[in-house]
Write a protein that binds this ligand. Structure first.
Ligand code: GPW
Length: 808
């Protein structure tokens, strides 16, 4: 039912003329101006509001349908969301893209200029944050009642600039101009405690007397589904000082800075996103952020539960809380605290409820990414939670001792508390113990989790362990990012149903053998290269876009580039396949090794650029500040996708899926989801190289010596020597030395296999028709990597939730 009927509200029109009227009205009443005097910012805000209004009605109906159904909900807890720009998506989902542009032109506005002011909220680092956004998109599209919870960081992921080729970070004040997509909900604010101590009353009931009180103020953004009326929300918390945090007496005494000290301190909690990806940063403020997210979100979840339910035993039937890695794992002891201390439930009942409610997704195998917190710091910040964790641990270790009598080493390994060399809380162990399901994010990753990192737990509870291979939003990463290819596909398939049913892309297989379809496919790729505007659109566009990390091995790609450079220098007369190699990605500001690689890439790019014998064949480009927006421009233009991590290190990868879906061929190792991509697209349409996980593990265990490869392979030696000799503006000796003397990620061991595979790429590229065929087959066979499939897997295997259709 359209709620507006009962309210006597006029439904918003679907014509360009009506949209134009609404633009004028919003410009006047919301921005207080007219077309004649409006700034571009006024025009942008007005457009955003006018589009938003058209989703608001669906949001109201969704909320009504969900309330009536009292369904089982999915609550997705994540410290990061990389939502990407909202305007284009919301125009598509509300069906207003065409009329909005007509209306703007009618008003004399330049749609591209206006839309250009839309800002990407960079509230995440990389794959983990973007996955969260893709899953929300798919949940809404599949009509699953869901809320995403996160933190509204004032400053998102830093802006990357280069100075003399080195990364320099600038703050990202993404909402400086406001954010028209956001609905503040101060009425739903929550109170969060920190520090202090615990006390027990006469009945043995525990009470936490806090040392600091902070407010969490929520606002939400809309998460519309595609091709459905469902509009879910993502609710983001911002920290505020409580009323008492402003010290009026100090202010009156002229101590202006001291007067706001406490409030500033409180608000620092949501000030800035930690810019680490796949590395742990054990800082107190980060633990505060995590608890802030968890405490606000759980109270909100309980508030929502109580709207329709009274009985705590119903809670796990109505609620599943998915933990996006260990960052929100404090939700487990926090829910115990709420149930036992505040609601008065007995421990066993509370523990049963908690365990049934939570599920945990692990996104890594890197030991340095497994979060642990020092016990003294934890105890100071969250004294009651430490007690609760100790009690959980007692019960849990008793269970382990019963299952494995006499196995003291196992008990030590599985304990929630590490004892040596220092006492630390192990968040991954807590996440496994406190949940009903644990999943990895690709087949290989889930197998390795159960056989290595979490092996003891998988032996105790084999049925708890699942795989849910990651996926990507086809709306964001092909329909919106690659409109020309999407049109061609829709034409080829005779409709656009494939966007919500990505397996239908299989229908393109037949067209791979159609000469005219192939030439149109090529033309689209070309046009996307022109749109990107980097490098010769005729050249092979070879892209490596991802965070900089040694395990991802940008340095291996660099060794290949230097080898190509040397080959061309040695034989300038020959014909080479022209390549544009494109890097994009950020390094964590404190990750010096990764920053050295960035600097070296820029130096190599400059040297090649300045060499007229080489530059016709080889160009290295490195646009700064990789984000969802830049990725959406690069991915459609790519011919070759570099997925070259050391086997066993990349949990899944999702850029690999986006590139394959857009018709890039992958050169990759047997790592993460690469394995599944190769299985789906076919070994003939994938360039495989390198050691697999067992071989890499064996090599490391048997005493790997990088220098042996250097000694044996003249091309490799030449490449490394040129770095060590300072041939690239004197930059990169640290990179060269680390590879030669240590090479933690087996770069040199995989070098020869990689360079040979790249030679096969060159050979394949020269057969244009065959390459295009392979490109079409990559797209045709990528349907599996839709986030819709991922969400269906979660829904069936872990969440046990059903869709709720939103009525008209
Ligand atoms: F270390 N990932 C990420 F597991 O982007 F927590 N940030 C992170 O902090 C972690 C993982 C963490 C990535 C994985 O590296 C990537 O392989 C995976 O595809 C992605 O998460 C989504 O699952």
């Amino acid at each position: 039912m359209d709620v507006r009927n009962g309210m006597g509200l006029r439904p918003l029109g679907t014509s360009a003329a009506e949209f134009e009227q609404d633009l004028l009205s919003n410009l006047y009443y919301r921005r207080g101006t007219t077309v004649e005097s409006a700034s571009t910012q006024d025009a942008y805000e007005t457009l955003a509001l006018t589009v938003r209004d058209r989703l608001a009605e669906r949001r109201v109906r969704t909320a009504a349908a969900h309330y009536a159904a009292n369904p089982r909900w999915v609550y997705y807890l994540s410290a990061e969301y990389l939502l990407g720009k909202q305007l284009e998506q919301n125009m598509l989902y509300s069906g207003t893209d065409r009329i909005a542009r007509i209306a703007m032109k009618q008003l004399g506005l330049d749609p591209d200029e206006v839309e250009g002011l839309d800002v990407e909220p960079g509230l995440g680092n990389g794959g983990l944050g973007r996955l969260a956004a893709c899953l929300l998109d798919a949940m809404a599209t599949l009509d699953i009642p869901a809320v995403g919870y996160g933190i509204r960081y004032d400053l998102g992921i830093f802006k990357q600039t280069f100075k003399n080729g080195a990364q320099v970070e600038k703050p990202d004040d993404w909402s400086y101009q406001g954010n028209p997509w956001e609905f503040p909900a101060p009425d739903d604010r929550q109170t969060v405690f920190f520090y202090g101590h615990t006390e027990r009353d006469a009945n043995g009931k525990t009470c936490w007397i806090p040392g600091e009180v902070v407010l969490g103020e929520p606002s939400h953004m809309l998460v519309p589904g595609h091709g459905t009326d469902t509009v879910n929300i993502v609710r983001l918390w911002r920290a505020r000082g409580s009323e008492s945090s402003f010290d009026l007496s100090r202010f009156s005494a002229g101590q202006y800075a001291e007067a706001v000290d406490e409030a500033v301190h409180a608000e620092n909690i949501s000030k800035v996103l930690y810019p680490d990806d796949s590395t742990e940063s054990g800082r107190e403020l980060r633990l505060k952020q995590q608890y802030f997210l968890v405490s606000c979100s759980l109270r909100d979840i309980i508030r929502r539960f109580r709207l329709r339910n009274t009985d705590w035993s119903e809670f796990p039937k109505k609620t599943v809380i998915q933990l996006n890695d260990t960052h929100p794992t404090l939700a487990i002891p926090e829910l115990m605290r709420l149930l036992v201390d505040e609601e008065g439930l007995n421990w066993d009942l509370a523990w049963t409820i908690v365990r049934q409610t939570f599920a945990y997704t692990c996104h890594t195998l890197l030991p340095e990414a497994l979060e642990t917190w020092s016990v003294p710091m934890f105890e100071r910040l969250l004294p009651r939670h430490l007690e609760i964790i100790y009690t959980i641990n007692e019960h849990f270790l008793a269970e382990v001792r019963e299952a494995f009598p006499g196995d003291v080493d196992r008990v030590r390994r599985m304990s929630l508390i590490q004892e040596e060399p220092d006492r630390r809380v192990r968040m991954a162990n807590l996440a496994v113990v406190g949940t009903q399901a644990v999943n990895g994010v690709a087949e290989l990753h889930s197998e390795l989790l159960a056989s290595t990192t979490l092996r003891d737990f998988a032996e105790l509870w084999p049925a708890k362990f699942h795989n849910v291979t990651n996926g990507i939003s086809p709306r964001r990463f092909i329909k919106i990012a690659n409109p020309t290819l999407s049109s061609l596909i829709s034409e080829g398939l005779g409709g656009d149903e494939w966007i919500n049913d990505l397996d239908r892309l299989a229908g393109l297989e037949a067209l791979a053998d159609d000469e005219s379809f192939r030439s149109r496919w090529r033309a689209v790729k070309q046009a996307n290269k022109v749109r990107l505007g980097l490098g010769d659109p005729e050249s092979l566009t070879d892209v490596m876009i991802k965070r900089f990390h040694e395990y991802k091995r940008q340095q291996l790609k660099l060794l290949h580039i230097i080898t190509m450079y040397h080959r061309i220098k040695a034989n300038p007369g020959q014909a080479y396949v022209p390549r544009t190699v494109l890097f994009a990605g950020k390094a964590a500001p404190a990750y010096h090794a990764a920053k050295h690689v960035i600097r070296l890439i820029n130096a190599v790019a400059a040297v090649i650029d300045a060499d007229p014998a080489v530059s016709p064949y080889l160009k290295v480009v490195f646009p700064p500040n990789y984000n969802v927006t830049l990725g959406s421009l690069i991915i459609p233009a790519a011919d070759l996708s570099e997925q070259i991590s050391m086997a066993g290190k990349e949990a899944s990868g999702t850029g690999n899926m986006k590139l394959a879906l857009n018709g890039a061929l992958t050169i990759g190792t047997l790592d993460g989801a690469n394995i599944e991509i190769r299985d789906k697209v076919g070994a003939d349409n994938f360039f495989l190289f390198g050691l697999d996980t067992p071989a890499a593990t064996a090599l490391k265990n048997n005493g790997y010596r990088a220098r042996d490869h250097y000694d044996r392979d003249p091309e490799l030696r030449h490449a490394l020597d040129s770095i060590l000799d300072g041939k690239f503006l004197g930059i990169g000796r640290e990179v060269g030395e680390s590879l030669l003397n240590w090479d933690e990620y087996l770069t040199l061991a995989d070098y020869r296999s990689y360079v040979d595979a790249q030679d096969q790429v060159d050979a394949a590229w020269q057969d244009t028709d065959q390459w295009t065929r392979k490109s079409i087959l990559n797209t045709a066979r990528s349907g599996f990597f839709s986030a819709d499939r991922t969400v269906r897997d979660y829904a069936a295997g872990i969440w046990h939730v059903n869709p709720v259709k939103v009525g008209r």
